[in-house]
Design a protein around this ligand. Structure first.
Ligand code: PMP
Length: 428
């Protein structure tokens, strides 16, 4: 098949909601390291890693070998039998996760990881109401799209009761019209009134991403989680930290994004970068909380020996290569380049993020901060022409997400920054 045939069959045989990036989608056929190649032989530098999922690099040798070896030895058992790989990974997650998070449940996606976390919180507390954040994304199940606070992802509107959305700590577009730090982080304090007025006063949990990924890498101020989680706990709720995008070194220096905020989650969900592209979701909880989950619940593919082999190999490479340290070092270089570009191009209203998770928010002008989705799309296309793949995000379609595979070399990182600058100069 050529690219056109693939694209036309995609339209013919897939649900139209399976939408692709770019006016002319790229049919990727192979990849190695940070390079991906399309069916027409074009090579691209990948600065999005399949939505922050290719955490190490494409086709990382040890992960490939682990998957191949495992598939030849034992491909599937179902969750009915204990396996070495699964307990190995669970033990490793307990070691690298913050605080006293200890027991895990494995699934195949971030959606399921969040679903499991919410169900566990309800079972443990005996309460049912959940607080999520505006601009958050939790996945595509019925529960997850109702947690998700982007109207365009909330297909069919609100259908799951008992979910309340608190203000997003979105400083660039402060929902209270205030400026940090003189605001006193009022968005976090508002949780108290939300609990008192919108719930029965005893929420089961508060779920939040340390950096709102799909929301456009919205990065809360450093005090946010201590205040917000403090309020939720005062009313008996658990804190579920969604580390699907921020986990596994992505934010630099730490294994998990929440560690930058000095708050210990009660439950944490993980996926994407956990296995360098193999479909793995994991939910980890404090022992006494996990122990409440005694009823029947089974994920046929949860803890599959092959996906666990990939997870084990991925985390093994991450530990050996000090991925959190790398992401901090390389993230600083990336951030410096982006800040320089903000000085150069007035369409960039905000630069934000942590580590190798950085975003550019585009505006029509800096005074009004009016979102500019048109220039954002033009920039995405210009970057593609320059053979650089980037991500898009944000409720207003005006944020570019930059999150390269974390084994990227410094020279590739600098080259990507040069291409970003080039694309920006072409559209400005
Ligand atoms: N949580 C967050 C923070 C996510 O970014 C995503 C996916 N973008 C999910 C949950 C859902 O993950 P999945 O697509 O693997 O179901």
């Amino acid at each position: 098949m050529n690219s056109n045939e693939v694209i036309s069959k995609h339209k013919e045989f897939l649900f139209p909601c399976v939408a692709n990036y770019y006016e002319e989608p790229i049919v990727i056929t192979r990849a190695k390291g940070t390079q991906v190649e399309d069916l027409d032989g074009n090579q691209y530098l990948d600065f999005f890693g399949g939505i922050l999922t290719v955490s190490l690099e494409h086709c990382q040798e040890e992960v490939v070998r682990a998957v191949q070896d495992q598939m030849e030895t034992l491909g599937h058992t179902s969750a009915l039998y204990p396996t070495e790989n699964q307990v190995d990974v669970a033990e490793t997650l307990a070691r690298i996760s913050p605080g006293s998070l200890k027991k895990s449940f494995f699934t195949s996606s971030g959606t399921e990881a969040d679903e499991t976390a919410i169900l566990l919180a309800k079972i443990h507390t005996g309460q049912s109401e959940i607080i999520a954040l505006r601009h958050c994304y939790s996945g595509r199940s019925l529960l997850a799209i109702n947690l998700t606070a982007h109207s365009n992802w909330r297909l069919q509107g609100s259908q799951v009761p008992g979910i309340k959305h608190s203000l997003s700590p979105y400083c660039y577009r402060c929902p209270m019209g205030l400026e940090y730090p003189s605001c006193g982080v009022r968005c976090a304090k508002d949780l108290e009134e939300l609990i008192q007025t919108e719930t029965n006063g005893s929420p089961a949990a508060f779920i939040a991403e340390p950096i709102q990924g799909v929301g456009g890498f919205i990065t809360p101020p450093k005090e946010y989680f201590e205040i917000a989680v403090g309020i939720v706990r005062k009313y008996g709720g658990l804190f579920i930290c969604d580390e699907v995008q921020t986990g596994f070194g992505r934010t630099g220096d730490k294994w998990f994004g929440i560690e930058h905020y000095g708050v210990e989650p009660d439950i944490m969900s993980m996926a994407k970068g956990i296995a360098n592209g193999m479909p793995v979701g994991a939910t980890i909880a404090k022992e006494e909380i996990a122990n409440s989950f005694t009823g029947l619940s089974l994920a046929t593919y949860g803890g599959n020996p092959v996906s666990m082999a990939a997870t084990k190999a991925t985390i093994g490479v991450m530990e050996r290569e000090d991925i959190p340290g790398r992401a901090a070092h390389l993230g600083k270089i990336l951030r410096e380049h982006l800040e320089t570009m903000k000085e150069k191009y007035s369409s960039i209203g905000d630069v934000r993020g942590m580590g190798l998770m950085q975003a550019l928010e585009f505006v029509k002008d800096r005074d009004s901060r009016e979102p500019d989705p048109a220039i954002t799309n033009a920039f995405l296309e210009a970057a593609k022409k320059n053979k650089l793949l980037l991500g898009k995000g944000g409720r207003y379609g005006n944020t570019i997400r930059i999150a390269p595979p974390m084994l990227i070399s410094e020279s590739d990182l600098r080259e990507g920054c040069r291409l970003i600058d080039q694309a920006l100069s072409e559209i400005s």
